[in-house]
Design a protein around this ligand. Structure first.
Ligand SMILES: Nc1nc2c(c(=O)[nH]1)N[C@H]1C(S)=C(S)[C@@H](COP(=O)(O)OP(=O)(O)OC[C@H]3O[C@@H](n4cnc5c(=O)[nH]c(N)nc54)[C@H](O)[C@@H]3O)O[C@H]1N2
Ligand SMILES: Nc1nc2c(c(=O)[nH]1)N[C@H]1C(S)=C(S)[C@@H](COP(=O)(O)OP(=O)(O)OC[C@H]3O[C@@H](n4cnc5c(=O)[nH]c(N)nc54)[C@H](O)[C@@H]3O)O[C@H]1N2
Ligand SMILES: [Mo]
Length: 764
């Protein structure tokens, strides 16, 4: 079934992101995924008042939505959810799981929406449909037995799409069950942010809101692929560029969306070639070189300020802010002065002159935004990377005033919100006393399992049962083959999902697959059609109403499924009104407000606010909820060690036609790759040094020796414009190369942007 290895073609993508290419791509995907009418109708209500919050990225939604407030990738995500393809019981009768395990991600999801609850039958190696009652009774029995044996051997994973209401119920289920085992996709994503920022500025999230883009004077962009991952932000960037705001980008790859953009909603730009140039300076930093690059910027600023002081000219730093609001400046400044330019140039792969030019841009701007994504967080030094952005901003008081701030661009459409309502393995971040008071039980107080600890527990057998609220755990996590083999030894696997994926076709003991509604669909409960809510990247809550008919009448909502699992597996607790909550989600919002009265005050009355209801953010007000009560400069660790010159650093990338492990097609039009995802992007000189030519098959071996051979031999080499020593491949195809223990030091985010590898020619 694997058709992914046709030869890729090469010439660079000459067109801007957005523009006609994007309109055409939407049309193609709407037709390809079926249900054009449902999709077109839904698109009219995407990110509109009374409509639904897009299921693709988490970027902020404007209070003045445009006529079509969606991007190409948001439209594709809508089409994907509203497909008219169905994976019905006859599909599962026709295919064994052994057979389905050979299918690609594209083929598995291509089967369409799941419609019936399914249970794996090991005697036939197939899924069989069961009634919802049978499913909940069976799952309830198994979970209760596991709870009696050891409640800490069960984990409750969440992917990041589920609403605030469902997520709240889900974390309560875990805690009533007896653990804090709430790993989520954020553990593979922005957990580096959630660990870094509380130490530096006292909040776990960014400080930027949409209107800051209207007041900023410079934008610094690190490791975020806006044209693919959050395209609606291109509008803010384009408007900033029209005001002549410089945008300085640090990225090993020349990503099309960061180079130029044509606005599909601007007729002038669509009809003329006058697209906006996005980045004014593009620094192709080596992957893993940001610590050094940011050190170069800070060093130049601090030394320029030293020189200004000596010459008695205007200061470069904001000394008033540093004195009043921060701690740790002297030690940080000393470390920056001591940093060696040769080391900075070597580690970053950038010239001193280029870094000085960027530093000057920063110094000349009154208000600066620091924006970043996975290029910073998915590294061994992920937390330090984020803290260096914070340090850079603090030097000139660029946090807590209009047009300035730090902006982590979140992934899943409600991943930030899940954390806000208690999905966390860290007991200190959950309102356990409040939950104890509201629901009259003793919540577990010990640390739970995050994603890496869950992987370790699956490998060593200490995790026995896995409940997944969305996601594709086995494809998204590291060490795919090892983990999939260990998964077979679980006692119980329960997956709640919209479409079939790899995790579902690897049985884990007693195996259940439950079909749920997506957010775009009308969610009819006893109390009428339900509204849900989500939180965007900028900390604003939004209401979301389903607009499309459910994919099948038998499908249930995530909230209903979570409540039914809770009722079937836990002893009754009169204080937890599962049925009332499912009948009317407004009652869950009341419970959320009762749990966090300061954050969710008047939630039901206010959550339809245009542009979203902002969550309180102390750092925005320059109130620093850190240990010292001040914003904290953090000295960075040493730059990543220079490895053996033969070792290359692999970064795993998303194409323009996927949402995480949901692969929409095998094309990546921005990188000019067609019909395959089995490629390895390489610098021509790194290819030549290994005797590799364009189109050769590579043997890629992880250069971490822990007794396991991790190797791929099916990637085709593509010469590419990236720094020497860096190579690129696609996520999730390259995940077998990523060891579980290769993660960010403090946050345990898998270091997916910097995997040391050896590359050679594959044996013919
Ligand atoms: N269409 C679409 N949208 C999505 C997603 C999707 O898969 N498809 N996924 C969603 C999710 S869950 C997330 S987390 C976000 C992810 O969105 P992003 O944060 O954009 O993540 P990636 O696309 O993985 O990588 C980001 C960029 O980092 C660069 N990079 C790699 N290594 C380094 C490095 O060492 N330094 C620097 N400076 N840059 C580096 C890469 O070249 C790439 O351009 O997008 C969300 N939105
Ligand atoms: N090598 C490498 N690995 C990575 C990354 C990387 O850049 N490189 N990125 C990491 C990041 S940032 C993330 S966020 C993770 C993503 O990890 P996950 O969130 O676990 O994976 P997804 O691919 O987003 O999950 C897709 C599945 O979710 C289900 N789904 C879709 N919509 C819904 C819904 O509304 N409800 C429910 N219940 N299910 C739904 C569908 O069945 C679909 O197959 O991957 C991480 N892994
Ligand atoms: Mo993510």
């Amino acid at each position: 079934m694997d058709s992914q290895n046709t030869a890729p073609t090469l010439p660079p993508y000459p067109h801007p992101a957005g523009g006609w290419g994007s309109i055409k791509a939407v049309g193609v995907s709407v037709v390809r995924d079926g249900a054009p009418l449902a999709t077109v109708n839904a698109l009219r209500k995407q990110n509109q008042p009374g409509g639904f919050a897009c299921v693709s990225c988490a970027w902020a939604k404007s209070s003045k939505p445009k006529h079509a407030e969606f991007c190409e990738n948001g439209a594709k995500a809508t089409a994907w959810e509203l497909t008219d393809k169905r994976a019905e019981p006859d599909f599962f009768a026709a295919h064994t799981l052994s057979e389905l395990r050979q299918w690609s991600d594209l083929e598995l999801e291509g089967a369409g929406r799941l419609t019936e609850p399914l249970r794996y039958d090991p005697t036939t190696d197939r899924y069989q449909s069961v009634s919802w009652d049978e499913a909940f009774a069976g799952i309830g029995r198994a979970l209760a037995a596991q709870r009696a044996a050891d409640p800490r051997a069960t984990v409750f994973y969440a992917s990041g799409r589920a609403s605030l209401e469902t997520s709240y119920m889900y974390q309560l289920l875990a805690r009533l069950y007896g653990n804090n085992n709430l790993p989520d996709s954020s553990n593979m994503c922005h957990e580096s942010t959630s660990v870094a920022l509380p130490e530096t500025i006292g909040v776990p999230v960014g400080t930027v809101r949409l209107d800051d883009f209207e007041h900023t004077d410079a934008i610094f962009f690190f490791g975020q692929n806006v044209g693919v991952s959050s395209p609606r932000m291109l509008h803010q960037l384009q408007q900033a560029r029209q005001r002549n705001v410089p945008i300085v980008t640090f990225n090993p790859l020349k990503e099309v969306g960061l180079v130029h953009f044509a606005n599909p909603q601007s007729p002038v730009q669509m009809l003329t070639p006058a697209e906006t140039a996005i980045s004014t300076q593009y620094l192709q930093v080596r992957n893993g070189g940001d610590l050094a690059a940011l050190t170069g910027l800070c060093k130049w600023l601090i030394e320029a300020d030293d020189a200004a002081r000596a010459a008695q000219t205007a200061p470069v730093l904001d000394h008033g802010f540093v004195a009043e609001h921060t701690q740790g400046f002297d030690a940080f400044a000393a470390a920056m002065r001591a940093a060696d330019w040769a080391e900075i140039e070597r580690s970053s792969g950038l010239t001193r002159a280029a870094l000085e030019q960027a530093a000057r841009t920063y110094a000349q701007a009154r208000a600066v935004l620091g924006i970043y994504g996975m290029g910073l967080t998915q590294h061994r030094e992920g937390v330090a990377n984020v803290q260096m952005v914070s340090n850079l901003l603090l030097l000139r008081g660029n946090i807590g005033r209009p047009g300035a701030g730090i902006c982590p661009v979140r992934g899943h459409s409600n991943v930030q919100g899940q954390r806000t309502v208690g999905i966390t393995e860290k007991p200190e971040l959950a309102p356990l006393d409040k939950l104890a008071e509201l629901y009259a039980f003793e919540p577990p107080r010990d640390k739970g399992r995050n994603t890496v600890a869950t992987c370790e527990g699956i490998l060593d057998g200490s995790v026995r049962a896995f409940v997944g609220l969305g996601g594709n755990f086995l494809r998204a996590t590291p060490d795919t083959p090892r983990l999939a083999a260990a998964w077979r030894k679980l006692d119980l696997s329960v997956q709640v999902a919209t479409r079939l994926n790899f995790t579902h076709v690897v049985p884990g003991g007693d195996t259940w697959l439950l079909p749920c509604l997506g957010r775009i669909e009308i969610d009819q409960q006893a109390g009428g059609p339900q509204t849900v809510s989500v939180e965007d990247s900028t900390g604003c809550f939004h209401a979301s109403d389903g607009v499309a008919d459910p994919a099948a009448p038998s499908i249930r909502s995530e909230a209903a499924i979570v409540a039914a699992i809770a009722k079937a597996s836990l002893p009754p607790n009169a204080r937890v009104p599962w049925d009332d909550w499912v009948a009317d989600y407004a009652r869950v919002r009341d419970a959320i407000e009762a749990t966090w009265p300061d954050v969710f005050e008047g939630f039901n009355q206010r959550f339809r606010a245009p542009g979203g209801l902002p969550k309180p953010n102390a750092a925005r007000e320059r109130k620093w909820e850190t240990a010292s009560g001040k914003a904290q400069f953090q000295r960075p660790p040493p730059f990543p060690a220079e490895t053996d010159a033969r070792v290359l650093r692999l970064m795993t990338l998303r194409s323009d036609d996927q949402f995480n492990t949901s692969v929409y097609s095998l094309d990546d039009r921005f990188r000019n790759i067609w019909g395959t995802r089995k490629v390895l992007f390489m610098h021509p000189q790194d290819m030549a040094a290994r005797g590799l030519a364009d189109g050769d098959m590579a043997e890629v071996t992880t250069a971490i020796d822990d007794g396991f051979l991790r190797q791929l031999t099916d990637l085709r080499v593509v010469p590419f414009d990236l720094p020497r020593g860096s190579v690129g491949g696609y996520f999730p195809e390259c995940n077998p190369l990523m060891p579980v223990q290769h993660h960010a030091l403090q946050s345990q985010v898998p270091a997916a942007k910097n995997i040391p590898v050896h590359v050679a020619r594959a044996a013919a």
